[in-house]
Each structure stands twice: as C-alpha cells, then as structure tokens.
Design a protein. Sequence first.
Length: 327
Amino acid sequence: MAGSYGSWTGGSLTARDLLKPKHAARAAFHPAWIPESIDPAVEQLKKIRLIAGTIAAVGVYTFVEGGFAFDEMLENMLTASVVLLFVTPLTVGIMLLVWKRDGDIRALKPSLFNSLKLLLLFVGSIVLTVVLLQSANAAGLLILLLAPLVIWLAVFVGRGAWHVGANFFGTAGVHRCLPPLLATVTTWLMALPDLLTGDLHGLSLGMGVLFILGAPVTVTGIALMEMRRLDQRYGIRLKAHPATQTPFVPPMPPNAPPVPPGTPPYVPPQGNPYGPPPGNPYNQGNPYGPPPGNPYGPPPGHPYNRGSNPYGPPSGSPYNGGNPYGS
C-alpha cells in the first residue's frame, strides 16, 4: 500500500511537477510515509550532518589535487552507490538481530520494504545518470537529444541526494536512530580504503588526514549528539526495539485556566436566537403586523373613527335620527 502512487507521493505530485526535477526529487526521495522530525534541534543536526557527509561523498580532495576531476567524481558516485547498496541492508540487518531479543520484528516489514525500494530507486538513478554522462562524449549528434535528459537527471539526483542524506532512505520509519547510525557507518567505510592503503591522493600528511578523517569524525560527532538528544528528551534508544518505546505524541496546548469554585455553569440563552434582545428599543412587537383593533378601520384617535360603523353618519348628525322614512 505504501508503494502505490498516491501514498508514496501523498497525492501532491502533478504532471507539471515532473518537468521540475527539484519537485520530482522531493516526491520520489522524500515520500509521504517518512515520519516528520520530532524536534527542530534534531532537524538542524541532520542538516549539519548532511553537509559533512556530502563533503565525504564528493571528496574534497579532488578540488585540492589541482583541479576538479570530473571522471573521478563519477567514479566516486558509483563507489558510493555500491557502498550504500550493501552497507545499508547489512547495518539494518545487524540492528534487527539486536532488536529481536526484545520483541517481534515482523511488524517492521512494511517500513523495511519501503526503505529498500527507496534505496534501489536512488542507486538506480545514480547509475543511470553516470552511464549517460560517460557516454555523452561518444554520442555525437545524439548528445543534442540526450542533453536535456542528462541535465534533468543530474539535478534530480543531486536534489535527491540531499533528501536521502537527511532521511537516509526513510529508515526513521523503522527506528529514528537509524539515520544517524547509517550516516556514521557509511562515511567511515568510504574513508576506510584510503586509511588502509595510506593513499593520500597526492596530499601532504596534514591535508590528507584533514580531508580523509575530517568528514567521518564530524559526522560521527553530530550523529552521537543527535542520538543522545533523542534518548534524553524522548526516550528513543538505538538498542531498544521500536515497539517497546513509547510513541511520540506532540505536546498539547496549555489548558484553559481553572474555573473558580462556586461559579454557576454556563447556560446558553433561551428563546429565538435571532430575535431582538430584551430591552431593545426595536422590540415593540411585530413591526409588520396590523395594529390592535379593526385591521381595516382607521387607527384609534383618527377624526373619522366616530362609531363602530365606519360608513354610518357621525354622532349628532341631523340625519342620524332613525329611519327618515318611517311613520
């Protein structure tokens, strides 16, 4: 269900957004099923960790060696993809063995499969982009047709790397401590070959140590701060099974002030809520109804209101003497 189009993108992706690689990357690499951050400070730590991880992924030493090596950058992208493809499932598998001692891990299968699909999507996008970039030189006139696609993919992958570096393939949906753990393991494994072989890429000892060890040490320090804050403020520990931890509930707004004792309960006003309130100068009865008395006769006090018969002669008239034709 989480892999369906609507649930993956949250229904927010339109056909027009596909023309914008930034919007498409956010919809693809930051799906709607990834939980939101529970702490703004943790979110800031993620951004700092991401910047340090980017330095390790791209390889700052390529800028110091005497110019930016484009081919070496493509090789680093492929290397990073292979590392991610094997290290991420391996690290998560080890943590599953740790969590298995405290509870059942079968409930984590939906989140695990979603993270795996996101990992494969990202690695496949990187491989496709690198293959197109490497074949661009030999494409000839075909490069005119491939150029828009290559540019779109380059922006798509670059933006996707930013989202993936923050959520680390949505593994926060499995356990919120997994993203900092995976970031630490990945950066150290990428620096490990250079450490074992002593290859400083032509740099001096000081510069080699700075650019090879600087990023892993920085990422590790920030990841430890992130996990410590999750433990101290929210009780989320890496070794604890996700199901055994209390789910995070956003804080509720402060309650209303207490009602003083003896205060009568609130009673809503009775009667017609649309009528004028008591004492209103316009509350004089029905303004459109007829006046009291004969609705067709003149009002009281009118000079023509001389008797009950409105059509008879007034009182005191010489013709008001009875029947003038009687005997």
